[in-house]
Design a protein. Sequence first.
Length: 138
Amino acid sequence: MNLLGGPRSVVGRAEPSPRDVRDRIRQGLPYRSLDLVRERFHLSLLEAAAVLRVPIRTLARRRIEKKLASDESDRLYRLARIAAHAARLLGTDDQAAGWLRRPNRSLGGESPLEVLDTDIGAREVEDALGRLEHGLVG
């Protein structure tokens, strides 16, 4: 939750339950959460739009509305969770940002960012991180 702006500002509680987070995702995360993830991992608007599976013009509307739709929020939460895991594993946000963009053999030569737009792709990325965590290459 810290990556998305902190639990208190996103959910309204210092220690939200999984249900609180799920309900907030269903309501739509604040657009500011997207800005924070983009800033931390140096994502362009085009990269973010691809992961969220929305046109750039829709993101411009969301900025004005100050809120993402529930499906966009779900994909943003998934991106933030996986990017934070990569940062913890690799040591820095910059290293995680690079890893997210690099073609990965275990992802069929695609980068993690290219496959994070689906749940199955996210699982593949999590598997790749698990292999890295356990010292396996691939």
